[in-house]
Design a protein around this ligand. Sequence first.
Ligand SMILES: [Zn+2]
Length: 308
Amino acid sequence: MKLLVIGWDGATFNHLEKIRPKFYRKLHRQVLLPEQFWQKREIDSGAAWTTITTGKPFFEHKILSISGKIENETLFKLFSKIDHLIPSNLFGRAVKLWLMSKLFYKNPPLSIDVKSPRIWELIPNSLVWSVPVTHPPKPIHGVWVSGIPYPDSYGVYPKRIERKLKRIFQGEPKRGNDLKKYKRDLFEQHFREIEAIRWLYDQFEFNFAFIVFVLPDRFMHVEDNWDEIVKLYKVIDESTSELVKYIKPDEVVILSDHGMRKERRAKWVQIHDSRGGIIASTDKKLLVKNHLEFFEMVKNYYQKVDEV
Ligand SMILES: [Zn+2]
């Protein structure tokens, strides 16, 4: 494999610089910013990963969040002019998100709502794993395992490996009333996804992989205890390092769609920090500054390697 990209959804630059986990600290690294529009707003994973994987600005792909897309652009543009006046947190309530959900969210966005090609659609023999807004999977020359939002279960292309894969990895755990159980499930499913990716790697020859771990985002939404957060980063750092040793790609890029910061709001103890995302790599040249540049960087990387 030439390039292995691993998304650590919600991984936060200042957390990581404080903790300096073993694998991460050996990489070149910097903050990864969203496009301008989101720098002063709270970005959602749906909007962020769609820009990262298509290279298209938000106003072009129109994926607002994992819960909805922009259907009424005029209304959204109007809303964006005054949204700074609406509090994001009012006595612990997510006022702005609530209003946005009332105004804009009709249906969770699907892969077919994203009209531009995703980066892996340009590279033969790709593995796509759990990237938000990629359900249902499309036929590609490779393997496409869809990410959130999905109805009951994730989708798999090619279909013939679905049964086996679902025996290993069950997908995102449901958050019920038992928070302790939910946190345990998050980690258990993460270990299972590592096992599933290793299994896939044994079955296919991949040239490129785009993998997203949603664990950090999910876990930090419900946990703000620093010792637990340190453990979380050590776990993803270790599982990433394990995958890298197993796959032995030429280069690795780790990136996040946003960071997290402490703020108690609705059912969360931490919320998204749009300017706190990370990018880290074995090769300094692969570090881009914002979401919009990522697609081109990967495309160029493959063009260059193919010329050699
Ligand atoms: Zn996210």
